[in-house]
Ligand binder design. Structure first.
Ligand SMILES: *Cc1c(COP(=O)(O)O)cnc(C)c1O
Length: 403
């Protein structure tokens, strides 16, 4: 229920917040406890808690089927799935990983951790993602790897990036964390490039509390990653690979992920109906454009992303702060972009005017398991209230000072 009589009741002007509990943009889906316990019995009874346990193996098998790919290798986090794959695939003697700047906040850190340098490139304004055309100009003698990052809504130019890699003999990997459920005309995400990486963090579509995995059709890569994640051990006291570390997924996390994998269709159905409600309600709010999911192929409808267009009376950052004050945990979309931040490690210089422009315009609205239809209606009514009272709010802000 929306309850703001006048702008004095806005939380930024010290009114009471709209919600008592926070409305987040994370998925945070919880499976049936009975299902979790049922899967738990497997590892509990066998007392096999980690080191390639039964549920980890079952999860890998089921995810390989899900993504229609030969191999799936599970890790303790998305971070290690990405870092080890990057290290394994990067061309020896080359230094740069080609990636968008308008992307996941920690991507440059992961690259630096691997000892490589991010080379940031532009994205397409239509998809907010990298394409053949946006990446090609940045290929150079030092390019070790092409990193295709899927955007939060829909997919990047998968076939274009594969083509680019082929033309220049450079490996291609995808960070497919945001596209775990998606498909394109050519097939399920998970089977493209040299490898694709995913996260099982609680905030992602498939909640394993923590965890990650890699999918690939390359047997040699799959074996190398399996060795690397467990100190390079091939059997007891038989270390056959240097540079390994412990990045194994344990059975508790595999169990959580398995239980959630069974319920994924339920989560997606709920996401879809929430998305449809947002689309309906936002269609008559001037200045806000909802990013639409491509429904031709499979999609998760996971995250609600909107653009604040030139017709919207406030900046994106101002709007996010109004919402946050009401306990609506809207977040800016990948902002600041990576090239706009000061890094402690070397990155390649970049001038990316389109990314600069785009990085000020988009935000995520509440979604996931904690958000119901009333919440969505309240959020959209609140946005309309902001717009209807923009003049007064701006006048009041002059008195109060901007947030
Ligand atoms: C969350 C996320 C990661 C990292 O995954 P963790 O499991 O949290 O380490 C990588 N890439 C993207 C796009 C993400 O959203």
């Amino acid at each position: 229920m929306f309850v703001k009589g006048s702008i004095d009741e806005l939380a930024i002007f010290s009114g009471p917040s709209l919600f008592n509990d926070f409305k987040s943009t994370s998925s945070l889906y919880q499976p049936e406890l009975s299902r979790f316990l049922q899967y738990s019995k497997t590892f509990f009874d066998s007392q096999h808690y980690t080191n390639n346990g039964p549920n980890t193996r079952l999860l890998e098998q089921r995810l390989a089927e899900f993504h229609q790919v030969k191999y799936c290798i599970a890790f303790s986090s998305g971070f290690w799935a990405i870092a080890l794959t990057m290290k394994e695939l990067a061309l020896t003697g080359k230094t740069e990983v080609l990636m968008p700047s308008f992307t996941y906040r920690r991507m440059a850190d992961i690259t630096a951790w691997v000892g490589l340098k991010p080379r940031f490139c532009e994205v397409s304004a239509d998809t907010l993602a990298v394409t053949y055309e946006t990446m090609k100009p940045y290929i150079n003698q030092q390019t070790a790897l092409i990193l295709g990052m899927h955007p939060i809504v829909n997919c990047c130019d998968v076939m274009g990036l594969q083509q680019l890699g082929k033309e220049h003999h450079i490996p291609v990997m995808f960070d497919a964390v945001e596209s775990m459920y998606e498909a394109i005309a050519e097939g399920k995400i998970g089977s493209f490039g040299n490898a694709e990486c995913f996260s099982l963090h609680a905030s992602k579509l498939l909640n394993g509390a923590e965890g990650g995995y890699v999918t690939t059709n390359d047997e040699a890569l799959a074996s190398a990653l399996r060795l690397k994640r467990s100190y390079g051990f091939a059997g007891q006291d038989n270390c056959i690979m240097e540079g390994g570390l412990n990045a194994k997924l344990n059975e508790l996390h595999a169990t959580m992920a398995l239980a959630n994998l069974d319920e994924l269709p339920l989560l997606v159905a709920a996401n879809k109906s929430n998305y449809e409600l947002y689309r309906h309600l936002l269609s008559n709010v001037k200045g806000i454009r909802l990013l639409q999911f491509d429904e031709c192929y499979q999609t998760s409808y996971k995250t609600i992303v909107v653009e604040f267009t030139d017709d919207w009376p406030f900046s994106r950052d101002e709007t996010v702060s109004f919402l946050n004050a009401e306990r609506i945990l809207a977040r800016s979309y990948y902002s600041p972009a990576l090239h706009q931040k000061k890094m402690l490690y070397p990155v390649c210089d970049a001038e990316l005017p389109l990314t600069d422009y785009l990085s000020k315009r988009f935000a995520l609205l509440p979604c996931g398991d904690f958000v119901n239809k009333d919440d969505i209606s309240t959020v959209v009514t609140f946005l309309r209230f902001l717009s209807d009272n923009a003049k007064q709010i701006k006048a009041q802000q002059l008195v109060w000072g901007k947030p």
